[in-house]
Design a protein around this ligand. Structure first.
Ligand code: ZN
Ligand code: ZN
Length: 434
């Protein structure tokens, strides 16, 4: 005759490795904190491309070196002046852009100077079209996700402004809310307007103060000038990526394909080499920028909030699984017709998510931290491994946090975000119908 509490209470077993007591909980993996028995029983990471493996290894190496430097100094990572690699990267980028400029100039000369001379103008137009198609263009905010402006969410923008002031920058022009378990910043349009991406999957599982830390990290990238300074180098990387796919060899069906493939072979290798070089040169600076952004996160939201925010980054798979499972189950079950049903689905998706993630015990976080350290996991290929970011935050002097987001403030922001969340619910249900 067990009560609910008794059923949920963790049982204990003995570690087969060292005999220590190990908590058993049906929802989580049993593992031993004393000897690491069963700490990482998951499948090996999926096989990834050579480039991704190379980038991750490079990111891991720089991340490790920088973390050791930061830990040794016991201070926040300094804002380093441009080092040799950054200057070199800038030079390589200018070279790439000057090739684009040279091709445009050639096209212009062929059209104007060659006017009336056989097919020269036609050649010029063809060249112009190719270069124009490969030109990196100013981005624009996506249309598939809700975009919020100041009038849509005054409280959210006010919080962003406040955090921005603390980290030494200004707020953003637009906020894009999507379902991702991530966040980010960039600039778009010819006027270079600032945009922040907030993934609801991540936002919804953070405490109000962790959200402040997240905003601090993202706005820290503006404060450090990462978005601006990477404009030239990122533009060059994008151009190279465009060229690389443009120069992809055709499947050989005839003599002509063979000729074209032979012709593009060398340029393609050069483009590939330049891409790797530029990427490698910018990697260290971008890793340093991440540690620096984490320091901003702590200043805005507090060191404690920044640390637990990083912990949440380790449970992305659990969040994604919940959203997928709940939306699929809803479709299969009673459907989502009618206002009441829709609201119930929304609650199950998002409030259910917060409850589920809130019930993850500290031992599971600790297990994931150890797995992250073993596998060198990071949020993506450009961020330093999460466990190193956490260590660097802990090494610096603890920050009390300068921006406070209390429950009532969090509540009014949630109300502002509600229409966007309803749209995202709709998207999730549509995408998970199979
Ligand atoms: Zn053990
Ligand atoms: Zn970042």
């Amino acid at each position: 005759m067990g009560t609910v509490d008794e059923v949920d209470a963790p049982q204990v077993r003995q570690c087969p490795g060292c005999g220590a007591a190990v908590a058993v909980n049906a929802r989580f993996i049993s593992w031993c904190a004393a000897c690491d028995w069963n700490v990482d029983p998951g499948a090996p990471d999926p096989e990834r491309g050579r480039l991704a493996v190379f980038r991750r290894r490079l990111a891991g190496r720089h991340g490790q070196q920088l973390a050791e430097e930061i830990e040794r100094s016991g201070k926040e990572p300094g804002r380093a002046g441009p080092d040799r690699s950054t200057v070199l990267a800038f030079g390589v980028s200018l070279l790439v852009h000057s090739v684009t400029g040279g091709l445009l100039l050639t096209a212009g000369l062929l059209i104007i100077g060659g006017w009336g001379i056989g097919f020269l103008p036609v050649l010029g137009v063809v060249l112009l079209v190719i270069v124009a198609a490969l030109l990196p263009r100013p981005g624009r905010p996506p249309r598939h996700a809700p975009v919020l402006y100041r009038a849509d969410a005054p409280q959210l923008f006010e919080l962003i402004d406040e955090v921005a002031a603390v980290v030494g920058t200004t707020g953003v022009h637009a906020v894009v809310v999507d379902t991702a378990f991530n966040a980010g910043v960039s600039a778009y349009g010819v006027r270079n307007r600032r945009v922040m991406y907030l993934g609801a999957g991540l936002w919804e599982v953070l405490t109000p103060q962790e959200r402040v830390a997240l905003l601090g990290h993202e706005l820290g990238h503006f404060a450090n000038g990462d978005v601006r300074s990477s404009f030239v180098t990122h533009g060059a990387l994008r151009t190279l990526a465009h060229w690389y796919s443009f120069l992809t060899p055709n499947p050989v069906e005839g003599f002509l394909d063979l000729c074209v493939n032979t012709l593009v072979f060398l340029p393609r290798q050069v483009v590939h080499g330049l891409f790797l070089l530029l990427d490698g040169l910018t990697m260290r600076a971008s890793q340093r920028a991440e540690y620096l952004a984490d320091a901003h996160a702590a200043r805005a939201g507090s060191t404690a909030a920044a640390v637990t925010m990083l912990d949440r980054l380790l449970i992305g798979d659990a969040v994604e699984a919940h959203l997928r499972r709940t939306s699929t189950a809803t479709r299969a079950g009673r459907g989502s017709h009618g206002q009441e049903a829709r609201e119930a689905v929304e609650r199950e998706l998002w409030e259910g998510l917060a409850a589920r993630i809130g019930s993850i015990p500290e031992t599971e976080y600790e297990r994931r931290r150890r797995v992250s350290a073993r596998r060198g996991h990071s949020v993506d290929d450009t961020h330093p491994p999460t466990h190193l970011r956490r260590r660097c935050l802990a090494a610096a002097e603890p920050q009390p946090g300068q921006v406070v987001c209390d429950t009532s403030r969090a509540q009014s922001i949630a109300t502002e975000l509600a229409p966007a969340r309803a749209r995202l619910t709709h998207t999730l249900l549509r995408d998970n119908t199979g």
